[in-house]
Design a protein around this ligand. Structure first.
Ligand code: F0G
Length: 410
């Protein structure tokens, strides 16, 4: 059955019923919506780790911090391998298995490789990972290794890895699992579908997403437009994209060419997952911005660090690349694009524990070489909690507790 063949009400009811099913593909938060995915006749061949089904949290403290009343976060970091990549990978890896590929491959800033390696391992396919040497967070790299990928660190950046991978897939029977793979985009659409279901099909005013290679923003935008066309929703939320100042090709493309010509950059940001200078899906992202009425924003390294700690202060946490959404929202509120009474959903793309080095450096005050300027340090100070080393005595711990109590009352 295809979505266009039945009413929205019928499908909404069917998708809800599947939540109670014991069948693996019904339990998947991607395949549960399979009427919106490309048809897959042999369901036995589907590879699922029960991806999707991610929580929607309120972020009250972060809402106050940016000056809006109500803020939600859809936490895609709560997927099986800890990032949104699983929602697309379940579909694309299933296609690779169906087509009989022995090898799958990707270039990655970390999360795609972790996800691809996991799904490949489930199907006993071999996986080839190309990552930029020294620029991938250890949490992600260790996943790819455990899942058995052949992991090659190339002495280049992500864009260089992508170029080499394209050459490899032209010359060898390796199935390409980067986000240009259309099946990945189709799977990633389901995050928007699940979000709207969680909101009882009432569209928020804004959805804000980080931008790297721009596959995810393209996928979410595609889903929103399809949902409107199929009459699941009667209003499309504005989908906005945030990048790091040091990896801002889309922002520059919009600002300097009105979205007509890609401005590539040499990417450099501690939010390593989105350190991408020449995004493959930039044209699709421009179209999504135009069709949904969204905007772009760029945020500094200090703003990213602040936003990540602030999301942590709500008891949620995420990886640096995901935190750009809150930092970008702050700018959009200050600039008037987001009004204080409007509803906003941030897409948190990766799990807090993906990049513990960033977090530890932040709390130890070592994230910024030479230290941030004094005013910035003042903004960040209340969020810092470096581990305290003490002699093993109850008195010492109680004294530390009292000092912390005094500081929080001050
Ligand atoms: N957030 C996280 C945590 C990511 O890992 C990525 C991309 C993005 C955001 C940006 O998404 O590329 O679809 O615009 N990571 C890729 C990777 C590039 O290789 O894991 P995008």
């Amino acid at each position: 059955m295809r979505a266009a063949q039945c009413t929205a009400a019928t499908l909404k009811a069917l998708w809800r019923t599947r939540r109670k099913s014991l069948v693996p593909i019904d339990q998947s938060g991607v395949w549960r919506f399979r009427e919106l995915l490309p048809p897959f006749s042999d369901e036995q061949k589907i590879l699922t780790l029960r991806e999707g089904n991610t929580p929607l949290y309120s972020l009250p403290s972060s809402a106050r911090a940016v000056g809006i009343e109500y803020l939600l976060a859809k936490h895609q970091g709560m997927n099986p391998t800890g990032s949104f990549k699983d929602t697309g990978m379940t579909v694309a890896a299933s296609v690779a298995r169906r087509e009989g590929f022995r090898w799958v491959g990707c270039a990655s800033t970390g999360n795609t490789s972790a996800s691809m390696a996991a799904y490949a391992a489930r199907a006993q396919m071999r996986s080839l990972v190309l990552i930029p040497h020294g620029k991938v967070a250890w949490g992600k790299l260790s996943q790819a290794l455990d899942y058995g990928a052949i992991t090659i660190e190339l002495k280049t950046d992500f864009d260089g890895c992508s170029r080499i991978l394209n050459e490899v897939v032209d010359r060898m029977p390796v199935y390409l699992l980067n986000s240009v793979n259309p099946y990945r985009i189709e799977g990633q659409k389901t995050a928007a579908v699940e979000l709207l279901e969680q909101l009882d099909w009432q569209s928020p005013d804004h959805i804000i997403v980080p931008g790297g290679n721009l596959g995810n923003s393209s996928a979410l935008g595609k889903a929103l437009l399809e949902l409107e066309e199929l009459k699941f929703i009667n209003r499309v939320p504005k989908l906005s994209i945030v990048q790091a100042e040091g990896a801002n090709p889309l922002v520059r493309t919009m600002r300097e060419t009105g979205g007509k010509k890609l401005i590539s950059v040499q990417a450099e940001t501690a939010a390593s997952a989105i350190s991408i200078g020449s995004p493959a899906s930039w044209k699709k992202a421009v179209r999504v911005l135009e069709q949904t009425g969204g905007t772009v924003a760029e945020v500094s390294e200090v703003e990213i660090a602040w936003a990540k700690a602030q999301i942590g202060a709500d008891g949620v946490g995420c990886e640096p690349a995901s935190a750009v959404t809150l930092a970008g929202l702050k700018k959009m509120v200050e600039g008037g694009f987001v009004k204080p009474g409007e509803s906003v959903v941030l897409i948190l793309t990766g799990h807090l524990l993906k990049d513990p080095e960033f977090t530890l450096k932040f709390h130890r005050g070592k994230l910024f070489g030479g230290g941030p300027p004094p005013r910035v340090a003042e903004i960040l100070a209340p969020y810092r909690r470096a581990p305290i080393v003490l002699e093993a005595s109850g008195d010492a711990v109680i004294s530390a507790l009292k000092q912390a109590e005094e500081r929080s009352e001050a």
